[in-house]
Design a binder for this molecule. Structure first.
Ligand SMILES: [Zn+2]
Length: 273
């Protein structure tokens, strides 16, 4: 179950399924002052000066309980690789230069907070538990449609198993993202899903609209890919909140494309051991 929590002015969501400390930010709270980023924009280069973004990171960190200097979140490229990171990587992308790109991270180390940015794309946080329920490692993934179709979420499951062993139990929280209500795509996008994920998943997750376009359910695709990767449904939690339908609470790439010339802020989802 997803729960909304507000600490001071900052609002974020967490999943009661995960044992690890984690948080999915919203746009609520924060000091961004441009109309499009107003609130808690957590990405550089979207209209706020860098000091404002860092102040927002501090506010989010203080509310959620992580060290803002220890976050790694690199420029995202809609890839499918999951990088193993350690405390040596802490700070990359926010308080230190990024040195590279990344859409997924896994770690078994304390002292580094994994961060993925999103504004419609699917933020996914995972943990691997041993037989006693202790958390051995955590992972964070940015899954847009390309990353989802390419299988970055099952890649994170594999990375956790590689790190901790095949007998670990994987728990997954899928944060607020664009819903099937708003994720309208052309046939070529559906074809790409069919090529990469198979017809069965496409039939289950896409519906044809009257205008000949399609509506896709990215949460469901990731859920079915997780089932295929051996993660049972009881170990998957999803917010089921559409970022595009709720522009007061979330930054949304699609909403911004229609209403604000594409200008928008970005959320951050974090998990740490
Ligand atoms: Zn929607």
């Amino acid at each position: 179950m997803f729960v909304y929590r507000q600490i001071g002015r900052v609002g974020y969501y967490y999943s009661t399924l995960l044992q690890s400390k984690h948080a999915f930010s919203t746009r609520i709270g924060g000091v961004s002052a441009t109309p499009e980023t107003a609130g808690l924009n957590l990405a550089y280069g979207r209209g706020d000066d860098d000091a404002t973004v860092l102040e927002n990171l501090k506010l989010f960190a203080s509310a959620a309980g992580f060290d803002p200097e220890r976050v790694i979140s690199l420029p995202q490229v809609h890839g499918t690789d999951v990088l193993y990171v350690t405390e040596d990587d802490a700070g990359r992308g926010y308080v230190r230069p990024a040195y590279g790109t990344g859409d997924g991270y896994v770690t078994d180390r304390e002292g580094v907070t994994l961060g993925v940015k999103s504004a419609d794309c699917v933020p996914v946080l995972l943990e691997a538990r041993d037989a006693d329920g202790g958390v051995l490692a955590v992972a964070a993934v940015h899954a847009g449609w390309r990353g989802t179709a390419g299988g970055i979420v099952p890649n994170a499951v594999r990375a956790l198993r590689k790190l901790c062993g095949n007998d670990v139990a994987i728990y997954v929280a899928i944060g607020p993202c664009i819903g099937a209500c708003c994720f309208e795509v052309e046939r070529d996008c559906v074809d790409e899903f069919e090529r990469l994920c198979g017809k069965e998943i496409v039939d289950a997750c896409f519906t044809k609209a009257q205008n000949g376009k399609y509506f896709g359910d990215l949460v469901k695709v990731n859920r079915l890919l997780l089932h295929d990767a051996g993660v049972p449904d009881a170990q998957i939690d999803a917010a089921n909140i559409c970022t595009c339908c709720n522009p007061e609470d979330f930054f949304s790439h699609r909403y911004a494309a229609k209403h604000t010339n594409g200008k928008r802020g970005t959320m951050l989802s974090v998990i740490w051991k």
